[in-house]
Design a protein around this ligand. Structure first.
Ligand code: BV8
Length: 237
């Protein structure tokens, strides 16, 4: 369903009480942050295991720190786009709202969203490998700290964060909206099953069809900064 058929008359038909939104790299693309799997995605030139796995970090901590230092630095050059801002408005206008993001940027926070679960970690945090201490960190990790500190990021093969809270909110929501993800990565991609078990209305907003599109009640294709504000406008009339 293209953007022209956006009239889902959501508010008229349903009065949603518990909304859960899952976002992926696609919501930050128009803010200038590269996605992962689009043709010139972040992974370009980097083998996933080299930069986003514990083995890669053990093998070459400098490569991994340089990869994340570059992305942390880019946060100073980008800003939230209308899709991030629309989700903040949705959170303000509904009874119960949870935002689950696979993204490690801070654009949802900077747009004013509050109830955020960064299930894959956050660029602006680093973790002490010995003590497990996590702290906010805005700059580049210097080479002298490459061994003692790591990005507080969930790499492949590592347990995602906030899973108990995420299972709880996705299993009790009445509206589940998935925005800007290729639905390649688990357990994030599988969360729609929890929502469906609770007979939630499931909407996929993306630039293109994904391998899980058939699981959704509504598939709306278009750029997030255009489509998300329109859906939120329908939900907050
Ligand atoms: C775990 C680090 C277990 C942070 C990331 C086989 C089958 C199923 C699963 C597995 C399997 N083999 C292994 C697994 C598990 C594995 C996995 O899912 N692998 C995949 C690749 C098959 N998962 C894990 O390892 C997870 N952990 O399972 O642990 C465990 C349990 C207990 C104890 C110990 C261990 C950990 C997963 C987290 C990995 N970390 N990144 C970082 O560096 O950012 S994942 C990485 O991919 C990013 O976080 C990213 O968010 C995520 C998903 O990508 P997307 O966000 O979807 O981005 P992508 O580019 O793919 O797509 C963008 C979409 O946006 C596109 O569809 C595009 O069309 C659209 N778009 C673009 N522009 C726009 C747009 N849409 C709208 N508007 C636009 N303008």
């Amino acid at each position: 369903m293209g953007i022209q058929n956006m009239n889902l008359d959501l508010k008229q038909k349903y009065n949603f009480k518990n909304i859960v939104v899952l976002t992926g790299a696609g919501i930050s693309a128009e803010s200038g942050i590269k996605t992962f799997r689009d043709q010139n995605g972040l992974w370009e030139g980097h083998n996933i295991t080299d930069v986003a796995s514990p083995f890669g970090f053990e093998k070459n901590p400098s490569l991994v720190h340089e990869f994340y230092n570059l992305r942390r630095e880019q946060l100073f050059e980008v800003s939230p786009n209308p899709a991030h801002l629309a989700l903040e408005k949705l959170e303000r206008n509904c009874d119960s709202f949870h935002l689950i993001t696979q993204n490690v940027d801070d654009l949802h926070e900077r747009a004013g969203s509050k109830k955020i679960y960064h299930m894959h970690g956050e660029l602006r945090k680093i973790k002490n490998i010995q003590t497990g201490e996590v702290k906010y960190f805005e700059e580049q990790v210097p080479p002298k700290d490459y061994i003692l500190w790591r990005p507080d990021i969930v790499w492949f093969g590592e347990q995602v964060k906030y899973m108990d809270e995420i299972i709880s909110c996705t299993s009790s929501c009445d509206l589940f909206i998935c925005i800007g993800t290729s639905n390649n990565v688990y357990p994030a991609a599988g969360l729609v099953h929890n929502a469906k078990k609770n007979s939630a209305v499931c909407i996929e907003l993306n630039l293109e069809e994904t391998q899980l599109s058939s699981l959704y009640d509504h598939n709306i294709y278009g750029a997030a900064s255009e489509v998300v504000p329109k859906i939120v406008a329908q939900l907050t009339v």
